[in-house]
Design a protein around this ligand. Structure first.
Ligand SMILES: Cc1cc2nc3c(=O)[nH]c(=O)nc-3n(C[C@H](O)[C@H](O)[C@H](O)COP(=O)(O)OP(=O)(O)OC[C@H]3O[C@@H](n4cnc5c(N)ncnc54)[C@H](O)[C@@H]3O)c2cc1C
Length: 380
């Protein structure tokens, strides 16, 4: 049961955002930017954000050549170009809001490794550059095969390297802390450990039911923004958003690690980068979800041994065959997927707006989706 004081001062807002991932926090910041007088609260069920945003690989990326080719087949050239444009704009906004130091941004570019099985993607390189023509200041992709050996990759396996100079990398933990700090600075109330059980629609305000001290508490808002990513089915199963677990490992520091930047292969299903830590350069490597789609369609924050072993094998055989290291950290995070791979930002109920859309690539896109979600909440 709440006290009179608690109920009067803590439970009622103009807008409540559910989920403190990159989209939820960016939506809160965008709302305050557009109308500083709005009272805005973010409800996050974890002690820290507990979906994808603090558990990802930190690629500030736009899509690799094979990934973009896949998107063109699924959504057409125009929609794919718009998505890449939204990612590029989102990264710009994120860096502008936080500053590069606060989110650990480094720009070493990125590259896709091609193997015998997908070398034919090179035939489409210029087509993709044309599709993305007016987004980047120079060509999005170019061939840079000299970097295969100079980066220390196994030349027996890697047949081509497609470079992109515009990708960067962030420290996901620092980025999310800085976003939370900025939201608070703008006057947003952040609640952690606030697990929303149910949204009750109907009147002028939506009523949100939460667990509280072995009891329940109701919070009210004229508008609710649902930024719960993979967990959205709890509130809006009709949207068809499904979870997909991603797994990552980080090595011990590697002396003389030769590459810097973000690297992808197999349509983005595998991704690795250097991590500059106080102890030295490490490799972060993640992916392989495509080995076990069904098993990985889960919200369980656990690991799958088969996937972890495959990541280690590729690390030793393909990525850093001559380096000495062991694996120091492993974790998983949960992404949200929708068949179309396009963002979903729209009103789903009288008082509820959905802000979803990263589909496994949210670092760059999250800020743009936050702007769009805020606009939708405000009816702009
Ligand atoms: C392993 C991994 C690697 C990735 N690597 C990259 C990468 O390198 N680059 C990139 O761009 N993207 C990457 N992604 C994807 C990126 O992290 C996501 O697209 C992005 O973080 C999604 O942000 P979001 O705000 O939509 O969701 P989330 O960060 O998942 O936030 C949703 C939040 O809602 C909260 N929530 C859910 N239900 C409730 C409830 N009932 N009540 C209260 N709170 C609730 C959750 O706890 C969660 O914190 C990766 C993801 C994973 C898992």
């Amino acid at each position: 049961m709440l006290s009179y004081w608690e109920r009067e001062a803590w439970t009622r807002y103009d807008v409540i955002i559910i989920g403190a991932g990159i989209i939820g926090l960016s939506t809160a910041i965008s709302l305050k930017e557009r109308n500083p007088k709005l009272s805005v609260a973010v409800l996050e069920r974890g002690l820290i954000p507990s979906g994808a945003s603090t558990r990802n690989a930190g690629f500030a990326c736009f899509g690799s050549l094979t990934e973009i080719l896949h998107d063109i087949v699924a959504n057409g050239e125009e929609a794919t170009a718009e998505l890449v444009r939204a990612r590029y704009a989102g990264l710009h906004l994120l860096r502008q809001r936080l500053g590069d130091e606060a989110c650990g941004y480094e720009q070493h570019g990125g590259a896709e490794l091609l193997f015998e099985k997908n070398i034919s993607a090179l035939d489409q390189l210029e087509r993709v550059n044309t599709v993305l023509g007016d987004i980047f200041p120079q060509k999005a992709f170019y061939l840079n095969n000299d970097a295969i050996a100079s980066n220390g990759f196994n030349t027996e396996h890697v047949k081509a390297l497609v470079q992109s100079d515009f990708e960067g990398q962030i420290h996901s933990g620092k980025m999310m802390r800085s976003l939370a700090a900025l939201a608070q600075e703008r006057g947003v109330m952040l609640f952690f450990g606030a697990d929303v059980q149910q949204i009750e629609e109907g009147g002028a305000e939506a009523r949100l039911h939460l667990r509280h001290n072995d009891d329940s508490v109701v919070m009210q808002a004229a508008q609710v923004a649902l930024c719960t990513n993979a967990f959205t089915a709890q509130f809006a199963p009709e949207l068809g958003i499904t979870p997909g677990r991603g797994q990552v490992l980080v090595t011990t520091p590697i002396s003389g690690l030769r590459f810097r930047g973000v690297f992808h292969f197999d349509e983005g299903f595998y991704y690795f980068r250097n991590v500059s830590s106080p102890e030295g350069q490490r490799i972060l490597f993640g992916g392989a979800r495509n080995m076990a789609f069904e098993a990985e369609e889960t919200t369980a924050l656990t690991l799958n041994d088969t996937i972890q072993q495959e990541l280690e094998r590729l690390l030793h055989e393909v990525i850093a065959p001559s380096a000495e290291f062991s694996v120091e950290h492993r974790w998983s995070g949960i992404m949200g997927f929708h068949q179309s791979k396009l963002p979903i930002v729209r009103r789903t109920e009288k008082n509820v707006v959905i802000g979803f859309g990263c589909n496994g690539m949210g670092v760059a896109l999250g800020s743009t989706i936050g702007v769009e979600t805020a606009k939708c909440v405000l009816g702009q």
